[in-house]
Ligand binder design. Structure first.
Ligand code: KG4
Ligand code: ZN
Length: 356
């Protein structure tokens, strides 16, 4: 029997088991992260090793450095996740790994690490889409949450409004026509001379600033639920350069608050339009947030106020589960395992993997 045939049999048997524990690894960008998740909902351990210190000097993630750092950290992070869950590799029912989207070298390190472990320990291997992982972080924070629900996915590479119709079933409703929200935050931070990653720094600075300081464009777009951040970014950049040329001291907190307001305003406006449309059509939608930018304080407050006003349930991942982690990969993997979605040893990294 080949590895894959044996895995299929094991995966089939796991579907009727009372409890299933999955060891998951995430290495798509600059976090080496492993976790053990029970039944897609309970975190038995969640270990995140951040490489930020290594990349800070360069103002962004250096792919080659990321791959090498993942290689050095993988074993240690996986061992730590198992030990914190009080188990050995043998006790894991299945293994899961992010296979895209992300940096090819970084992804390959994780994929190869888990292929090796899965083959050696004779466990099924579940290939997980990183963005599906972000959406699934909500299942860990809200154990009663079930599809269907609407989700605003905002990360370094994605700004999507989707409908989660079922587990692993996504329908695209709206998206950015240019930059992703996280990417825009990172670029604005760079203009203000803030270190990488810029999003959290802008967010913290903005708490002390005046969002009305600088008025930024609010684009009119063809797509009813689409967003665009490139015009906001350019206007911001021009304003900052203009101040610098005039020798003015940059009011960084006010600038950060103005930029954050412009980004969150567009996201909240499109979410509101969608919710109102659904409610008008007789639906009772549930709204979720996902991805690194869902840690943004202004976005969380805006969405909370919006949903409260509309009488809509809002779910958001716990703050530490918004940014990259292994737990969310283990949550997504569980529902794939239940559908028999497992990989053979030919599994490869797919850097531009889509989710809708
Ligand atoms: O989801 P994530 O950890 O990685 C990707 O899959 O891309 O998202 C990282 C992005 C970065 O652009 C980072 O600056 C942004 O999320 N981010 C934030 C905040 N925390 C992380 N942006 C705004 N406010 C935050 N609090
Ligand atoms: Zn991510």
């Amino acid at each position: 029997m080949t590895y894959l045939e044996a895995s299929r049999k094991k995966a089939e048997a796991l579907r009727s088991r009372e409890h299933v524990r999955i060891l998951a690894l995430e290495t798509s960008c600059d976090e080496t992260a492993a976790a053990v998740i029970e039944d897609g909902r309970r975190i038995l351990s969640n270990v995140v090793f951040s490489q930020i210190d290594l990349h800070e000097l360069y103002g962004g993630v250096v792919p080659e450095i990321a791959s090498r750092a993942h290689m050095e950290a993988c074993d240690r992070v996986v061992d730590e996740a198992l030990s914190q869950a009080g188990m050995g590799l043998r006790d894991a029912d299945a293994l899961a790994v992010t296979y895209g989207p992300g940096l090819v070298g970084a992804l390959l390190t994780g994929v190869n690490c888990m292929k090796g472990l899965a083959f050696a320990a004779e466990k099924p291997l579940i290939p997980v889409n990183h963005i599906e992982g972000h959406v699934s972080a909500n299942f860990l924070t809200h154990p009663d949450l079930e599809p269907p629900f609407l989700c605003l996915v905002v990360s370094g590479g994605h700004s999507h409004l989707v409908e989660v119709a079922g587990y692993g079933e996504y329908h695209l409703i709206g998206q950015t026509v240019d930059d992703a929200a996280g990417e825009a935050f990172d670029k604005a931070a760079r203009v203000l001379g803030l270190p990488y990653p810029g999003g959290p720094r802008i967010d913290a600075l903005a708490e002390e600033g005046d969002p009305g300081f600088l008025s930024l464009p609010h684009p009119k777009l063809e797509g009813r639920y689409d967003v665009s951040f490139s015009g906001v970014k350019t206007a911001f950049l021009n304003a900052v350069h203009g101040m610098e040329q005039r020798g003015e001291k940059l009011p960084k907190a006010d600038l950060a608050a103005s930029f954050r307001f412009a980004v969150c305003d567009q996201l909240a406006e499109k979410a509101e339009r969608l919710l109102r449309d659904r409610i008008a059509a007789g639906a009772r939608p549930v709204m979720a947030l996902a991805g690194g930018v869902s840690a943004n304080r202004e976005l969380r407050r805006r969405m909370a106020a919006l949903c409260e006003g509309l009488g809509v349930r809002l779910v958001m991942p716990r703050l530490d589960l918004c940014t990259d982690n292994g737990a969310m990969i283990g949550a997504a993997a569980y529902y794939q395992l239940m559908k028999g979605e497992i990989a053979g040893l030919e599994l490869n990294a797919v850097p531009a993997l889509r989710f809708v």
